[in-house]
Write a protein that binds this ligand. Structure first.
Ligand SMILES: CC(=O)SCCNC(=O)CCNC(=O)[C@H](O)C(C)(C)COP(=O)(O)OP(=O)(O)OC[C@H]1O[C@@H](n2cnc3c(N)ncnc32)[C@H](O)[C@@H]1OP(=O)(O)O
Ligand SMILES: O=C([O-])CC(=O)C(=O)O
Length: 371
């Protein structure tokens, strides 16, 4: 046939682009981020270091790191009366939908929107990282008829993000767990949302459009939406035994269990989940909720025995967020806020190396019909 004859459902295993940003080396069990291994980075660096690495190409020294964080803090402010947008939405609007609306609305305020140079895109990324943390936290408060919480510039980026969500200044340990989760969610090669963003950017569309599409993609429960679904199951299960029964019930009904399986790691534990599991182990002691850790382990063993499936990041990030006092509806928006970093880096790379995405189809419809 023609050069178009190969068809792989869901593009499973298909290489969609070249990238210098990241690579999942399943055999070596490494998530490579610009040459570094993500888990190693998470054990010695912070989210801000990854911002510099992904957007500017190298890890920062202390001075660069501090000045990047200051740059970000200057960008927390949203345009005047921006929050009135969220006041007009129905109060049961999901925060991911509010976030999608918010990012889309920001487009009109950016005078650089038509620029595609790498430096400009990276500057927009810094602005977006700051503003999105504010939108995520405060759209939630406004939808819940609460007052918006002003960012505190004396706190670190991650501490302030958590503070704006919960309204309480977090402890150093809480910030460390939250920051690690942001690192885990920051970048992951070519998931559906990153592909979506790159496909949109490949038409030369602006970064706001690319990110708006990516929010829509990430909301789905086969992708980012899974972390909220995991926590809903844990809450419903209540106890280890309750959770075990709930999982068996779902499996008997042939339902998919959220937080398990992964297109790339399918028969191995997601390395990020392993790191989050350790955070949960420690945090559950801090918060006197070892029962929650046990429930998660029970779920892990049920899924291994019954399906040969392992947890993905969402499975262990969800209970960590729960113990940090974060409302369940914000888990996926937080994932997106962290992933804004990787998405912006991919959009910049797409503009730099652009080739329009326009695949073909394997046509299965009729031919030769006549009106
Ligand atoms: C951070 C992230 O975004 S990670 C992903 C978060 N998403 C989830 O946790 C949702 C639950 N997991 C899933 O739906 C899947 O594992 C996916 C979508 C992540 C990847 O799946 P794919 O590569 O498309 O594989 P697919 O969904 O076809 O699954 C292959 C087989 O494993 C089964 N399977 C995969 N995941 C699960 C699961 N979580 N629960 C039960 N069965 C599962 C499928 O039913 C299928 O079985 P079959 O061959 O008998 O029909
Ligand atoms: O890689 C994927 O397909 C999904 C995922 O784990 C992520 O986006 O972090």
């Amino acid at each position: 046939m023609t050069k178009y004859s190969t068809y792989t459902p869901g593009l499973d295993g298909v290489v969609a682009t070249e990238t210098e940003l990241s690579y999942l080396d399943v055999d070596a069990e490494e998530i490579v981020i610009r040459g570094y291994e993500l888990i190693e980075l998470a054990n010695s660096k912070e989210y801000i270091d990854l911002v510099q690495l992904l957007l500017r190409g190298s890890l920062p020294d202390e001075q660069e790191r501090n000045s990047l964080e200051e740059e970000m803090k200057k960008e927390y402010t949203l345009p005047d009366s921006f929050f009135s947008l969220f006041k007009k939405l129905p109060e049961d609007t999901h925060p991911m939908d509010a976030l999608r609306t918010g990012i889309s609305a920001l487009a009109g305020y950016d005078k650089d929107i038509d620029k595609r140079q790498e430096d400009t895109i990276n500057n927009i990324a810094v602005k977006l990282l700051a503003k999105i943390s504010n939108i995520v936290a405060n759209s939630y408060h406004i939808l819940h008829k609460e007052s918006a919480i002003e960012p505190k510039k004396e706190l670190s980026y991650s501490a302030n993000f958590l503070y704006m969500i919960t309204g309480k200044e977090p402890t150093t340990r809480e910030v460390a767990y939250f920051d690690q989760s942001l690192m885990m969610y920051s970048e992951h090669e070519m998931p559906n949302s990153t592909f979506t963003a790159r496909v949109i950017a490949s038409t030369n569309a602006d970064i706001y459009g690319a990110l708006t599409g990516a929010v829509a993609s990430l909301k789905g429960n086969l992708h980012g939406g899974a972390n909220e679904a995991v926590m809903q199951m844990l809450v419903e299960g209540k106890t280890s035994e309750g959770f075990r029964l709930l999982l068996y019930d779902k499996l008997n009904r042939k339902e998919k269990i959220m937080g398990f399986g992964h297109r790339v790691y399918m028969k191995k534990m997601d390395p990020r989940a392993a790191l989050m599991k350790e955070s949960l182990r420690e945090l559950s002691v801090d918060k006197n909720r070892e029962d929650l850790f046990e429930m998660c382990e029970v779920g892990e063993s049920v899924m291994k025995e019954e399906k040969g499936l392992y947890p993905n990041l969402d499975y262990y990030a969800a209970p960590v967020y729960y113990l940090l006092g974060i409302p369940i509806d914000l888990y996926t928006p937080i994932f997106f806020a962290a992933r804004t970093l990787g998405l912006c880096a991919h959009v910049a790379e797409q503009y730099n190396t652009n080739k329009l995405f326009r695949p073909r189809v394997l046509y299965t419809g009729p031919r030769n019909l006549h009106p």
